[in-house]
Design a protein around this ligand. Structure first.
Ligand code: MG
Length: 410
């Protein structure tokens, strides 16, 4: 029997709108909508006063205006929100070594072992909330539970400016009366199937016979019932472990010739390396991703991934490119492909000295200088200007940019 985890979910209340109300006193107590006010704009955040009118984020701005004609629309300032986010995460980092950011204003903190009793976690959470308020003037709601999903639901029910703790032996009673839609993974389709079975609450889902769930939803249904019983072993993953840096492109025409992938792969590798160096991290996992051109129906295509581990973490484009090309050479049987991607995983912070290892060969200060020069040129001219021997990539699809948890330093 393992000790239950103590997981804290922290979430700022109406983050963007709260920042605006903090900085502009004339907005306090008023329905404030952050987001595009134009015809096609959407609501990015709504103050609690605006939510009282049924306005919520992701709603079209015109619909928000219909619900509350006197709402005050604010364009918003992402750079300012990022700054606030960094201040708040710096506080999170002092409360736990394991912080998993979910978005700019939301994170899981693993407090397991930092306090043996739930009572201690609650007082730590109250200190955290007070500190966030003192430093930023913003209110933070917190949920504490042995399971991630339960902690997140608890913080949501505690909003605004609240705290809710659910002990291990209270989890099932806490979840039971809630609608099944609260379970992670239950969307409109699964929700409708469960409702057809007469299952509308989490308690009913937890108690439903396995055979019934399997018939309606397959093994997915069994997993949902497990969540409904509060059984979920997923740990809080520190951002560094969860992070990967990837680049990929979909080709305008399917590519049958394997050697034609070398240039795009090298180009992706260089782009990833620049981002790694910018963020001062290095990784020793390299993954090659290929989407085959053979359709599976429903707009889906077979996905093939191959990975290897480098002996040392790297932030060097040539090393990453070589690794990805060696993975490409091993793909059998070969088929035409529609997408190629490269990712670097298993990241660790890097400093200048790690570059020596990163080269995959003897220490070569020229390579470090070359990389620094490449970065400087990209800084000035953007991504299209230069790529070492790779000639760039024509993209039919969007390249994957910032992945979850990647620091945004620009
Ligand atoms: Mg929030």
């Amino acid at each position: 029997m393992t000790t239950p985890r103590t997981i804290l979910h922290a979430d700022l209340d109406a983050f963007f709108a709260a920042v605006e109300q903090r900085d502009r006193p004339e907005l306090r107590g008023k329905p404030v909508v952050v987001g595009g006010a134009s015809g096609r704009g959407v609501v990015a955040a709504a103050s609690y006063e605006a939510r009282a009118y049924g306005i919520h984020s992701a709603m079209p701005s015109f619909a928000a205006r219909q619900r509350c004609p006197h709402a005050i629309f604010v364009a918003g300032d992402l750079a300012k929100y990022r700054r606030e986010s960094r201040r708040v995460f710096a506080i999170f980092d002092r409360y736990s070594p394991v912080v998993e950011g979910l978005s700019m204003d939301e994170a899981f903190l693993d407090l397991t072992g930092t306090a043996r009793l739930l009572g201690d976690a609650v007082s730590a959470a109250e200190r955290l909330r007070a500190e966030v308020r003192a430093v930023t003037g913003l209110t933070l709601s917190v949920g504490i539970a042995p399971v991630k999903m339960v902690a997140k639901i608890a913080s949501d029910l505690a909003k605004p400016d609240g705290l809710r703790a659910v002990a291990a032996d209270e989890v099932r009673a806490f979840l039971a009366p809630l609608p099944v839609g609260r379970i992670w993974g239950v969307g409109a389709v699964a929700g409708a199937r469960l409702e057809a079975l007469g299952i509308t609450t989490i308690g009913a889902l937890a108690a439903a016979p396995e055979a019934v769930l399997r018939r309606a939803l397959g093994s997915f249904g069994i997993g949902l019932a497990r969540l409904a019983r509060g059984e979920d072993a997923r740990p809080v993953e520190a951002d560094r472990e969860a992070k990967s840096y990837g680049e990929e492109n979909t080709f305008e025409r399917d590519v049958a010739d394997r050697s034609a992938l070398a240039d795009p792969i090298r180009s992706h590798a260089e782009a990833i390396a620049r981002r790694l160096r910018r963020d001062r991290v290095a990784g020793h996992g390299v993954t090659l991703k290929l989407k085959l051109a053979r359709p599976l129906g429903g707009g889906r295509y077979p996905l093939l991934t191959r990975s290897l581990a480098l002996r040392q973490p790297t932030d060097d484009g040539e090393t990453i490119g070589r690794a990805a090309l060696s993975l490409l050479a091993r793909v059998e049987p070969w088929e035409p492909i529609r997408l190629v991607g490269v990712a670097v995983t298993r990241l660790a912070p890097s400093d200048g000295s790690q570059l020596a290892f990163a080269l995959g060969g003897p220490t070569d200060p020229r390579r470090a200088r070359l990389n620094a020069a490449i970065d400087a040129i990209h800084e000035r001219f953007g991504d299209e200007k230069l790529s070492r021997g790779a000639g760039g990539v024509r993209r039919a699809g969007l390249s994957m940019g910032i992945k979850r948890g990647e620091r945004e330093t620009r």
